[in-house]
Design a protein around this ligand. Sequence first.
Ligand SMILES: [Ca+2]
Length: 560
Amino acid sequence: MRDQLGIDKLIKIINSMEQYRKQSLIKRSVFYHGLSILFIAALLLSFCKTKTNLDASVDKNSLPNIILINADDLGYGDLGCYGANKVKTPSIDGLARQGRMFTDAHTAAAVCSPSRYGLITGQYPLRRNFWGPIPFETPLTIDTTHLTISKVLKQAGYSTACIGKWHLGFSDQEKTDFNKPLKPGPLELGFDYYFGIPQVNSGPPFVYVENHSVVGYDPEDPFVHGERSVTQEWPAKGWQAKFGGAKKAHTLYKDDEIGTTLKNKAIEWIKQINSNKEGNPFFLYMATTNIHHPFTPAPQFVGSSECGRYGDFIHELDWMVGEVLSALDEMDISENTLVIFTSDNGGMLNQGGQDAWKAGHHLNGKLLGAKFGAWEGGHRVPFIARWPGKIPVNSKSNQLISHVDLLATFANIVGKPLGNDENHDSVDQLESLTGNPNSMIRDHLIISPNWPSHLVVRKGNWVYIDAQDEGGFRGTKMGEHTLGGAAALKLTGYVNSDVEEGRIRKDAPPAQLYNLSSDLNQTTNVYKENPDIVNDLQGLLKTYREKVGDFSELGWIDRR
Ligand SMILES: [Ca+2]
């Protein structure tokens, strides 16, 4: 039927063309010669068009959307699927059941800013001499010529967004001027869109930033140094008196609405990209402020957990994740979306963390140590990946992986594996996500605590720390915001052979070696018993210390 209609149409067209020729008095041979050239050109054009569309649709269909959720300060023991029972995390537990949970995943650093640097660049932050959280006027810490996870995906045709906490600086000036466009920033590193909080929820400026601008900014109402900011007061929120002005921008930022706002923005962006019929895959890097202090869950979560505001903030985080996952279901795109959930460093024994601990919630599970530190609790974090049809459901992996590995892994997913570039430390872990490798893919792993002296190297089941104690927070008293290291063992009751009554013993070895296969909780320093291994790992660390290069030290270090 369709063929007959086509032939009838063709006869009609030929008849009308002949009529036109007669009217125009053009010779039959000239007219049809010209027409045939036009016909061939049209055919070629139409072939090219079809071919391009075909290629694009094949490529796009085969590439998954990627959502990378990076929680803040969420410890190894903070989720139900990792053993927590004072909080309920049904959405994240569900994600784990539908995918794979990793038990030996590590951040690049035990601290917010350098951890995020490693995640985004695939490079150990030590190469940038980067150790601590950056002050708020620090310029962009990532070189805009550097390869990033967002660039790898953008170059493969992805629409990309960063929504949430940035904490990696803006501008190329010596000090960032928030009264000027915040450029370069995430957009110059491969993100098409950015919305979020520029720094951290505990420090200024307490405003939202969208792309290059502070949301609600008015040049008539600029930021002012030394003026108290118009912002809500919360425990463990600081420096309000340091940076004020910009009243309208400050008023738009309400601490207990951040979780909801970021969740809404994330879903809004996914919906907008998904409704774009070009069919590009998308990459969303969603960095929550949950569960970094101040603990500011929305009112409906207050009092919902069994371990205070710390747990309530986890409940809000779980809700946010659940809402994003539900949105994927509603849009019918869950099947072709790789969702990764992780955290930027281990749990912190701040006031909220200490209260939670006393209520029986163990932030980092049975792991020794916490945020900022070289012990496992500082950098071994939850890492869950779901990719229907690719990642086996309800599976666990004890493969040693690092956040820096996402760069090479994403590059492989989009079919453009990275070369052996000295400028990154990323190892392709696609096989760890989707298969069951028999042996460790990584030969070794370097992890940065807050103190450069305490650099960590992991090789096989051995972990070596180049100094005594945790090399992180230095608070020694219960109730102190920065309780950490040996002193924190008075709270946790955990045991380490170098520690006695909350202090490092006088006869403790100068550095630390643990065998994680028999002593995951780092109870016994076996440095003295294994001089050859110590020697080998010290040598390995030395090669990395030489990579620091010409950079001056970056980030705050708790050197009290
Ligand atoms: Ca953090």
